[in-house]
Design a protein around this ligand. Structure first.
Ligand SMILES: [Zn+2]
Ligand SMILES: [Zn+2]
Length: 423
């Protein structure tokens, strides 16, 4: 057995914020009680969480693990090691692998590989075959094999007509449709957000509307079909207004925001591909709107969009480099710094955005009670450290936060009763 003692337990689902000991038997929580009241049997492992926060296991609803097909950038093994180090106990991997996860045999391959991974892996299946935007993928068969959602991430579902079909199909299967909202005609050729900075750097920019017009399309189709729609990596103020409009109408529309979009803006972009991601870093007023949305509940989850690219691919000219940055190992620290230590968000709300929030998007529950799977994220709000990307178990190094100092860090990650990472 494992006894996690003396921690400050924050569990949004049960509205708990108090000192508690947690006894774990095998893969499940056995008992939660006041400090010192639970006696662990002889030979139990003890984890002293004094001065630390103990929360339900954090879920990252949007990640890229690059396996199968791009193992030189990441594998399920290396990606989940990095996830555990970042405090995540479960990750949802996007289907844009090679080949694309658009059929049950690829889903089963991922699920099989994930049995020996450091954290739980919940695959997302493609919406269309090859994510080409032409014909529906084998969604029902992939659901049987274990997918938790559907997406053509990397790009939007190509047409309104196909999006409608995907939504109708997913509604009958009760699967969320996760949309990378982008009008490809407005975004064509762009490598960052359009504005003063893109002009100064001489880089082609895309307007905020490249995202928000597609969000508007998707919200209208969610209303038409009654499907569950989740907007990935929402970055623009106008997009969030669409999501709020949808929520007010009672539609089943949710969204996620990444740590890099609530931390950096287009003015921070340097001529360095570590600042190149899609959607690109947005304007100051967008970041303010995203933070307000994280506070008021219109944003449902924080997701990293962990997007590893090996140095040979990423360390090239800005225009030629692929989009995306690493996300796992800086997510908690950036959230603490930008949202909690800045006084904008309570710790409970932050925990909610990593636990009950993403769980609800997936139609799951996340709470700390006896009998539940023993997935815990244990973190410190005071531990001082410096992020050194060279020490990451990830195969890639593409982070704009390399070398940054932080106050607050993941301290241990417990997955199914086992300590998957310990600082
Ligand atoms: Zn995307
Ligand atoms: Zn993505």
């Amino acid at each position: 057995m494992l006894l996690v003692k003396n921690g400050r337990v924050i569990d949004p689902a049960s509205k708990t914020d108090s000192a508690r000991d947690i006894l774990i038997d095998g893969e499940a929580i056995k008992e939660i009680g006041e400090p010192g009241k639970i006696s662990a049997p002889q030979g139990s492992e003890i984890f002293d969480a004094s001065g630390m926060i103990v929360a339900p296991g954090f879920i990252d609803i949007h990640v890229h693990l690059r396996e199968p097909g791009q193992e030189s950038s990441e594998t399920i093994d290396t990606g989940t090691k990095s996830a555990a180090r970042g405090g995540f106990t479960a990750v949802c991997c996007m289907p844009n692998t090679k080949p694309v996860n658009d059929n049950a045999s690829i889903t089963r391959f991922i699920v099989d590989k994930a049995r020996s991974a450091s954290v739980r892996v919940w695959p997302i299946g493609a919406a269309s075959i090859g994510s080409k935007g032409e014909n529906l993928a084998e969604i029902a068969a992939m659901k049987e094999a274990g997918i938790v959602a559907v997406s053509d991430d990397g790009k939007p579902i190509a047409t309104a007509k196909l999006t409608r079909q995907v939504m109708e199909y997913c509604k009958s299967l009760d699967l969320p449709v996760i949309e990378h909202s982008e009008d490809v005609s407005l975004a064509a050729g762009a490598v960052m957000r359009e504005g003063v900075t893109s002009t100064r750097l001489g880089l082609r920019g895309m307007p905020a509307a490249a995202e928000s017009v597609c969000v508007a399309r998707d919200v209208q189709l969610a209303e038409l079909t009654g499907a569950r729609l989740h907007i990935a990596h929402l970055s623009a103020k106008g997009s969030l207004e669409q999501v709020k409009f949808a929520k007010e109408r009672g539609l089943r529309v949710t969204c996620e925001v990444t740590p890099h979009h609530f931390t950096l803006i287009d003015e921070d972009v340097q001529y360095d591909s570590k600042f190149k991601m899609n959607p690109p870093l947005a304007a100051r007023e967008d970041r303010e709107a995203l933070i307000a949305g994280l506070v008021d509940g219109s944003v449902d989850a924080i997701a990293t969009d962990h997007a590893p690219h090996e140095p040979a691919l990423k360390d090239v000219e800005f225009d030629k480099a692929p989009f995306g940055i690493l996300g796992f190992e800086t997510a908690i620290a950036l959230s603490l710094e930008q949202l909690v230590q800045s006084g904008k968000l309570s710790l409970t709300r932050m925990v909610e955005l990593f636990t009950t929030g993403p769980a609800r998007v997936l139609g799951m529950e996340r709470k700390l009670t006896a009998g539940q799977p023993a997935d815990l994220t244990i973190f410190s709000t005071t531990h001082e450290w410096k992020y050194d990307v060279k020490q990451s178990p990830s195969k890639s190094r593409n982070s704009p936060f390399d070398g940054k100092s932080f106050k607050g860090a993941p301290m241990a990650t417990v997955v199914g009763g086992k300590i998957a990472y310990r600082r």
